[in-house]
Write a protein that binds this ligand. Structure first.
Ligand SMILES: Nc1ncnc2c1ncn2[C@@H]1O[C@H](COP(=O)(O)OP(=O)(O)OP(=O)(O)O)[C@@H](O)[C@H]1O
Ligand SMILES: [Mg+2]
Length: 597
């Protein structure tokens, strides 16, 4: 292998067994990809152009090296001209120093450009993802999504730096070297053409044959990875059913298939690479035998032969590298396609313009109908009004649409018919951020951030001081709980070091710390011990005293204390009133209550 020449990408890939997202399909829309890339690069057009011009100059300077060597051998040494020898030697050294400096600056320029571009692109993707509907995340695994953005933007970065410049420089190298050689000796240059054509044919055959094999290997790796990650995710279930052996068998089989495919692909890559390497000595033999005879007959100088030998290596380099581009380009354009796909996902929610500064009167549902993108009608004409400071408990059978009501007020989803208003303003006209700032949502399984308990309570808002936190704790009568759970206690990811009950208590406290005026509480159904149960019930009772609340209630104690109870059945409110009224009605709620007791 010549100096500076690297193993083809295919081989590197085989050996490193890259697990990143790889293209599994053969058809890639390159023209669309280029359009998308252009839209990413538009802002940096000028700088990229500068870098390209610098690269052209650098390449041409580097390629003039063998011309100096020819002068040293043919003129300086032959004529024993020491002065000319030193001039040419220094000239040779000089152009290499200039080459080094220019190359350094152009590379720095290119990398800086690329990094800026990727920085912008990542910001754009992240803020786009953050703006997407909640539904998008049900269909796209967030972990995979994050990994994909990371690896795809790296591929896009490669296009703007390494790949584009290598392709560009290689074309210049090929044309320049070929022209210099043809200029010095057309016959010898023409003799090398069959060698060049053979290499091109071989590369084409290799690309065609290998593509299928490489895609197969990548598919197998993807299969294996997802099988592994799915199963590791459910390790506790695997243990429960003691099916480790069965899983192991499956894994072994998949691994074996991957192994066989990989070996076949690797054999082929090695054979191809070694064959290609043979062309280097073949072409040099052509130069030496043809040039040697010419030198002996004084038709050619030794300097020209040496120059040709030096140039022929540089002529082949672009050809060798060509086989690498194919897979890298394919991979990168697949990444561009995926990035574009993410950026093209539209949100269905249209943000409103009115800011919700204060909440004075009531929340009102007027004949609200709603269905999810993939469902039938879930809510069928919900109407009720909740005055400020009051609490409504929504009760009913599972799947009745209780959580859906909470989703609507919080604008995770939009309703299709009817109207939800806050103080008479349609919530679709309210700026979503200002709406969510006023509303506290305590979900069944609340997410807590890996941070201190204090920062979780104030949601990283450092302007909220400890006094405010202590005031909230006092209002909820949770002093004892927070004596045991200190504010500097560090909460692990997903609140793993807390119980469900503790998480609920913390989430409830948070709504008061953040001073949210409307609280939506989706009570957890899971059983907690009677002691915790009492703490939660008491805290909820205290929230009711101070805030406007919508409670999706499972605890009878909560339900009884609510000002209103809405009994939901199959998307309709079938009974509405307070506990006493509904009990007297002896209807659905009455039966539900008796059953619960
Ligand atoms: N994202 C979604 N896409 C499609 N259908 C959904 C979606 N979320 C909920 N549903 C459906 O909507 C219906 C009502 O669901 P919802 O979560 O509102 O019920 P719920 O009353 O809160 O039930 P539970 O008491 O079990 O929490 C269910 O039939 C459910 O299958
Ligand atoms: Mg629910």
């Amino acid at each position: 292998m010549r100096e500076g020449q690297t193993l083809p990408q295919h081989l590197c890939f085989m050996i490193s067994e890259s697990l990143e997202e790889t293209p599994l399909k053969e058809k890639i829309n390159y023209s669309k990809g280029i359009k998308v890339l252009y839209s990413f690069a538009r802002k940096y057009k000028k700088n990229f152009l500068k870098a390209i011009i610098l690269f052209i100059i650098t390449t041409v300077i580097r390629l003039s090296g063998p011309l100096f060597i020819k002068q040293i051998i043919d003129v300086a040494i032959k004529n024993k001209d020491i002065k000319y020898l030193f001039i040419m030697t220094f000239g040779y050294l000089g152009i290499n120093i200039v080459y080094f400096t220019l190359n350094y600056s152009s590379l720095i320029l290119l990398i800086k450009n690329g990094q800026n571009l990727i920085y912008d692109l990542k910001n754009k993707i992240y803020s786009h993802i953050l703006s997407l509907d909640i539904d998008y995340f049900s269909y796209n695994n967030p972990g995979k999504l994050a990994a994909r953005v990371q690896s795809d933007t790296t591929s896009v970065y490669d296009i703007f730096t390494e790949i584009s410049i290598t392709i560009f420089v290689d074309i210049i190298i090929f044309i320049t070297v070929f022209s210099i050689m043809a200029y010095h000796n057309l016959e010898l240059t023409l003799l090398l053409i069959p060698v060049i054509i053979s290499i091109i044919i071989l590369i084409t055959i290799f690309i065609k044959k290998s593509q299928k094999l490489f895609i197969d290997v990548r598919k197998k790796i993807a299969e294996l990875t997802s099988f592994l990650s799915e199963n590791l995710n459910f390790m506790s279930s695997i243990r429960v059913f003691s099916i480790e052996d069965k899983i192991n068998e499956k894994l072994e089989l998949a691994n074996r298939e991957k192994f066989l495919k990989t070996v076949a692909a690797e054999y082929m890559a090695i054979l191809f690479f070694l064959t290609i390497m043979l062309f280097d000595p073949i072409s040099k033999s052509v130069i030496f035998s043809y040039g040697g005879v010419k030198v002996l007959n004084s038709y050619m100088t030794i300097g020209t032969v040496v120059m040709f030998v030096l140039y022929v290596g540089q002529l082949f380099e672009p050809l060798f590298r060509f086989s690498e581009y194919v897979s890298t380009l394919q991979k990168s354009f697949a990444a561009v396609e995926r990035v574009n796909q993410i950026l093209s996902v539209k949100t269905n929610l249209i943000d409103g313009k009115k800011y919700l500064d204060k909440f004075d009167n009531e929340i009102r549902f007027s004949d609200v109908w709603m269905k999810y993108p993939s469902s039938d009608w879930i809510l069928k004409g919900i109407s009720f009004s909740l005055p400020k400071g009051k609490t409504v408990a929504i009760v009913g059978r599972t799947g009745g649409g209780k959580t859906t009501i909470a989703n609507l007020i919080f604008r995770f989803y939009d309703y299709q018919k009817g109207k939800i208003t806050i103080d008479g303003t349609d919530i679709k006209e309210i700026n979503i951020k200002s709406l969510r700032k006023k509303i506290g949502l305590v979900q069944q399984d609340m997410y807590l951030f890996p941070a201190s308990l204090k920062d979780n309570l104030r949601l990283m808002d450092l302007s909220i001081d400890e006094d405010k936190i202590n005031y909230a704790i006092k209002t909820l009568e949770l002093e004892e709980f927070y004596k045991k759970h200190k504010l500097d206690f560090f909460i692990m990811e997903k609140g793993a070091n807390l119980s469900v009950g503790e998480k609920q208590i913390i989430s409830i406290t948070r709504t008061l710390v953040l001073d949210q005026e409307i609280i939506i509480l989706d009570e957890a159904t899971s059983n907690v011990d009677p002691y915790t149960e009492r703490i939660i019930t008491n805290a909820v009772k205290n929230v009711m005293k101070h805030k406007t609340m919508i409670v999706i209630a499972h605890r009878l104690s909560t339900i009884e204390k609510a000002d209103f109870i809405a009994f939901l059945n199959e998307g309709k409110i079938v009974e509405f009133g307070n506990h006493k009224e509904l009990m007297e009605l002896k209807g659905c709620y009455y039966n539900f209550y008796r059953l619960q007791l």
